[in-house]
Design a protein around this ligand. Structure first.
Ligand SMILES: [Zn+2]
Ligand SMILES: [Zn+2]
Length: 284
């Protein structure tokens, strides 16, 4: 079975293509199921103006775009191609502890939510994982992910190892006690809440890090996934994180399967994510 549950949309401002473009490409490439999951709208009052703009949220879909553009576009693509491919509709979205009922209302209306933590509350503001990381922010990231998964809102955790991307000295990667503890914490929270850990295909194109005289992807990170391999109950999938329709045919997907095998990780291509949106009802 060929599937991908992590697919973006031009609405986020850094991807190209509409829902129809991705679905058509998926059909051409032999996919059986595809989940549409653009970056979800973050309410304007969820953080300070500096944090909102600093995390480029003004460039992504807002709540009105979600209702008037994203949902109709996804639904139309789902309906049009329903006999050729199974289309699920979701979002990749941050966990905002102050806005749980808002997140719950999205989860209730969609097939599933992916948790993607690109920033989290740290030292009085929203700290972005692309900026820098130290042992304290690594631990805070782990606590934040654990709380998010315990909320029960999410079915997939995107790039769980993204916290390691900027955890280095002069591109020499750090994998110390803080990183190891955070890794275990995330895996255990995922198992407890029946959440899939994602090996994300988007990191391979970024400049790598050095670790023990080798060049490593910024993510997925071998050190992290070798620990995942020690948990037989951990559920893993591979996510394309497509930001262009052609990414669904990217050779990096095979490279990531290779990577998983190298780490001793078994992944599934048929995750138990039940689509809830049907056309005969009014679920949305
Ligand atoms: Zn993106
Ligand atoms: Zn993504």
């Amino acid at each position: 079975m060929k599937t991908n549950f992590h697919t973006h949309h031009e609405l986020c401002g850094h991807a190209i293509g509409t829902a129809k473009d991705y679905v058509e490409y998926a059909i051409k490439s032999g996919y059986d199921r595809i989940g549409l999951t653009d970056h979800g709208p973050i309410p304007r009052d969820a953080m300070s103006q500096d944090d909102y703009f600093g995390n480029y949220l003004h460039l992504q879909m807002n709540e009105s775009d979600f209702e008037t553009i994203y949902l109709p576009d996804c639904l139309q693509a789902k309906q049009k191609f329903q006999h050729q491919i199974d289309v699920l509709i979701g979002l990749e979205i941050e966990y905002i502890p102050t806005h749980k009922s808002y997140l719950q209302s999205l989860a209730d209306r969609l097939d599933y939510l992916i948790l993607g933590v690109h920033y989290f509350p740290f030292q009085g503001h929203m700290h972005n994982v692309y900026e820098w990381m130290n042992s304290e922010s690594v631990q805070t990231y782990g606590d934040h992910v654990q709380e998010a998964l315990d909320s029960g809102l999410y079915r997939i955790l995107a790039h769980p190892d993204i916290f390691l991307m900027k955890y280095h000295h002069d591109l020499e990667a750090i994998f110390d006690t803080a990183a190891i503890e955070t890794t275990h914490k995330i895996i255990q929270a995922a198992i407890k809440n029946n959440v899939y850990l994602e090996i994300n295909c988007g990191g391979a194109k970024r400049e790598g890090l050095h670790y023990q005289n080798q060049t490593r992807y910024v993510y997925p990170r071998e050190e992290f996934w070798r620990i995942v391999a020690t948990y037989p109950d951990a559920k893993v999938l591979i996510g394309v994180d497509a930001h262009a329709p052609a990414h669904l045919g990217n050779p990096v997907i095979e490279e990531m399967k290779h990577f998983a095998s190298l780490c001793g990780v078994t992944w599934v291509d048929n995750p138990m994510i039940q689509g809830r949106i049907r056309f005969q009802g009014n679920e949305i």
